[in-house]
Write a protein that binds this ligand. Structure first.
Ligand SMILES: [Zn+2]
Length: 468
């Protein structure tokens, strides 16, 4: 029937019109258009990857107080100016100066098992050394501090305590398993010394069954014990060997030799690159990572990637001609790994200079595929960012979680600055964390750039809209 035919085609036309209008509206949403442009910049023009190549391969391991850390400071300053910073500030801080010295030794010997075996090991950061004489003693294995306490001085005195603690495999986020287990690294030596142990050994903080030992910081807690004993991590495989050997011979011995030394604190710097805001220059939004890393590796994922992603923020704003209302900062923090002197110095500088920080983001979970932002609820920050979920989902960031931050910005956070943690997929992060295997080849260029793009896009939106 003609009438029906007309109305059908009218409906079709209206539906078609609505579809075109809707898709045009989506396409013309200025924020979604801008995010597309920002990501295009990062995926085609960014220098994240070549910057990381230089930092990791030309400078390498850069523990606080080392000549390499100083080189990294000078490099970051230059890279920030090249990226387009209006100004680069070097913020002084005094950092611990701990030196590993000659390669560590850990040798298992058992007369009963007719076994002498070298175990792959690494001294923990801040540990005292054994010196050339080394320490040879029987070993007592524990799975927890509670077990250690039950054994007491009677069983522990004169022995080496071996913390055979695994990551909880049921934890979906490896960072949570790390968070639970890391107390054995940080406090294990003091707890063992309390009962008269002569050294402490630790199963490496990882889930991967390989032969790489993982270092990381420890500290002597004088409220637990005044005695400082050497502390080392052995690889996952070595921990299995030690555990199996102890089951067959409780009288076996371990010889450890380390040459660590602690020198007086050294002068160093945070490197802060800034694009000054056009409307509110004394209000700041920052993205930061840490410049220092452990000396046994090259700090590619931890945290070279965070540093280059943050530096690229300056390049994106400058090269895309985005003039921020607020001052935008890229911060290369010093001394995250063994002291947090840089994070503390940054917060003090902000306070001393009456700087108002609107928000601070940290990227220190590796340069892997971006997944989420963890955002503090303070000052309506979470509420605002979660409203942008649909803008980020095409770029793989499909979760905006409550509460975030990072170690370096934790001091700012305590002073009331809402913080954000960039959260990539971290399933592989603890495979290489604090090991000699944290090298450039482990970083995927596109994953690194996608993460940097997410950070750049978020800072762009925050500058435009926050705090309302
Ligand atoms: Zn880190």
């Amino acid at each position: 029937m003609p009438a029906t035919k007309t109305s059908k085609s009218t409906i079709r036309f209206v539906l078609f019109f609505m579809l075109v209008t809707a898709s045009t509206l989506v396409a013309q949403n200025p924020d979604s258009v801008k995010l597309r442009q920002i990501y295009d910049f990062y995926l085609t023009k960014s220098k994240c990857y070549s910057n990381l190549d230089y930092l990791v391969n030309q400078i390498g391991g850069r523990l606080s107080g080392s000549p390499e850390a100083e080189k990294a400071v000078q490099w970051a300053k230059k890279a920030m100016y090249e990226a387009g910073a209006d100004t680069v500030i070097l913020q002084p801080c005094m950092v611990p100066h701990w030196v590993r010295g000659a390669k560590e030794k850990c040798v298992l010997s058992s007369t009963k098992l007719k076994l002498t075996k070298t175990l792959n090991c690494v001294a923990l950061g801040s540990s005292v050394g054994t010196g050339v004489k080394g320490i040879k003693a029987k070993v007592i294995e524990v799975n927890s501090f509670e077990e250690l306490e039950k054994l007491g001085e009677k069983e522990i005195k004169g022995k080496i305590v071996f913390y055979n603690v695994f990551f909880d495999q049921t934890k979906i986020r490896p960072g949570n398993a790390y968070g639970e287990a890391v107390k054995y690294r940080s406090k294990g030596a003091s707890q063992a010394a309390k009962y008269g142990a002569v050294a402490s050994l630790l199963r490496s903080m990882t889930s991967v069954a390989d032969d790489e030992p993982h270092t990381g910081n420890m500290n002597y807690d004088t409220s637990i014990s005044k005695t400082k004993i050497p502390s080392l991590a052995i690889s996952y495989v070595a921990a299995d060997v030690l555990h199996g050997s102890l089951a067959a011979d409780k009288t076996l011995e371990i010889y450890v030799e380390t040459h660590c030394m602690t020198f007086p604190d050294a002068a160093s710097f945070n490197v802060v690159g800034q694009i000054t805001g056009t409307e509110k220059p004394n209000e700041f939004i920052l993205s930061g990572g840490h410049l220092d890393c452990w000396d046994n590796g090259k700090g590619a994922h931890d945290d070279g990637t965070g540093v280059v992603q943050s530096i690229e923020l300056l390049a994106a704003f400058k090269q895309m001609g985005i003039r921020p209302k607020h001052s935008i900062r890229a911060v290369a923090f010093m001394n995250e790994e063994n002291g947090l002197a840089g994070g503390t110095a940054y917060a003090k500088y902000a306070k001393d200079h009456n700087e108002k920080h609107l928000a601070a983001l940290e990227t220190d979970a590796g340069g892997y595929t971006p997944r989420a932002f963890g955002v503090d609820t303070l000052n309506g920050l979470y509420k605002m960012v979660v409203g942008w979920k649909d803008l980020f989902s095409p770029y793989l960031i499909d979760k905006i979680q409550k509460e975030g931050g990072g170690a370096d910005i934790s001091v700012l956070e305590k002073s009331g600055v809402p913080c954000i943690g960039f959260e990539p997929d971290t399933q592989r992060y603890f495979d290489i964390h604090h090991t000699a295997a944290d090298t450039f080849d482990k970083v995927n260029k596109r994953e690194l750039e996608l993460g940097a793009g997410g950070i750049g896009a978020l800072i762009y939106l925050l500058d435009k809209y926050y705090p309302y």
